[in-house]
Design a protein around this ligand. Structure first.
Ligand code: FAD
Length: 311
């Protein structure tokens, strides 16, 4: 059995496994793919101290760094169930889709998240070529250009306000008849001179030319006609889905968005089970934050183990 078993090997899980292994305790990491979302990222310019890198390069660096330590790495494996330790079964159990079961004294959940996609023509084709999901990451790439933000909830409106300070013009597109964001954010948005808000608009297509985004087509549902907006970038802000469905019935508490509820130490509602990164309630889903949280969860797991084995 492992002292620390990490589930997920994105920035959070990779950091957690290295921090745990550096304590000299039996550590395992099980994941579908090392690197996680980083593998889907082209340019990274906000991983502090590294001015510029690319996702696959950073993912390879994570894998190399883990390989420097005696971590049992189990790749291409999906976890499907967590059964917490109990009076009859003193270890936590992680069941894999392959049928195997892993046992550990502590578990760190770091299964990350995925952006909800629009599923319209052009979205896949122009991903990283104008279609973006993270304003903190990719906003500066659109300096002085025209962009759309799709989604009028808090994250969409926050993204539009953020982008309006960088880009030439923002068109905010909301499907519903009204924006869903908090009133204070809506007021701020409407005070900005370079933002147009469109509601009752169904995004139908992202168009491109010369291999990059050239516009967006939405249906004005009240008028029943299609409107074409010429622009260079589209930020999709219709939700971030944590990869935590598999925890249903485990007793690990999640909020209404499915994020694992953690305290300041990365502890979940189940003793000995910790969580880190995009799958948790910790705000701002970023690489550097996920790494910090993963490290913190590993130190918390170590602290838990010392206390659990005290005479
Ligand atoms: P993830 O990276 O999502 O990793 C999750 C891990 O869990 C993966 O190993 C996955 O295979 C595994 N997993 C999931 N489910 C299971 C399961 N059931 N069983 C086993 N394993 C499982 N952030 C920045 O800071 N800068 C950027 O420039 C930037 N650009 C981005 C661009 C794009 C296109 C995207 C999608 C994200 C970007 N981000 C960026 C956000 C950043 O990638 C995430 O915040 C970060 O990767 C979160 O790390 P994580 O370890 O919590 O989760």
């Amino acid at each position: 059995a492992f002292d620390v078993l990490v589930v997920g090997a994105g920035p959070a899980g990779s950091a957690a496994s290295i921090y745990a292994a550096r304590k000299g305790i039996p550590t395992g990491i099980v994941a579908e793919r090392i690197g996680g979302q980083v593998m889907d990222t082209l340019g990274i310019e906000n991983f502090i101290s590294v001015k510029e890198t690319e996702g696959p390069k950073l993912a390879a660096a994570l894998e190399n760094h883990i390989a420097d330590y005696p971590v049992d790495v189990m790749k291409l494996q999906r976890a499907k169930r967590l059964t917490p330790a109990s009076a009859v079964q003193p270890l936590h159990e992680i069941e894999l889709e392959s049928g195997a079961t892993l046992r550990a004294r502590t578990v760190i959940l770091s299964t990350g998240a995925r952006w909800r996609e629009l599923n319209v023509p052009g979205e896949q084709e122009y991903k990283n070529k104008g279609v973006a999901y993270c304003p903190h990451c990719d906003g500066p790439l659109f300096k002085g250009k025209r962009v759309a933000v799709v989604g009028g909830g808090n994250s969409g409106v926050e993204a539009a306000i953020d982008l309006a300070g960088i880009v030439a013009h923002v068109t905010l597109i909301e499907f519903g008849r009204e924006l869903k964001a908090d009133a204070v954010l809506q007021a701020k948005l409407r005070s900005l001179p370079n933002v147009t808000v469109v509601t009752g608009a169904k995004t139908k297509e992202i168009t491109g030319a010369d291999g990059k985004v050239s516009g967006l087509v939405y249906e004005d549902m009240a008028a029943g006609r299609d409107v074409s907006v010429p622009l260079e970038g589209v930020f999709v802000q219709i939700g971030l889905l944590p990869n935590t469905d598999w925890l249903a019935g485990s007793g690990v508490e999640r909020n209404r968005f499915g994020e694992i509820i953690v305290d300041a130490h990365g502890a979940t509602s189940v003793p000995g089970v910790f969580a880190a990164g995009d799958c948790t309630t910790v705000p701002y889903k970023q690489i550097i934050i996920a790494m910090g949280e993963g490290s913190k969860a590993a130190l918390s797991a170590f602290d838990y183990l010392i206390r659990a084995s005290a005479p």
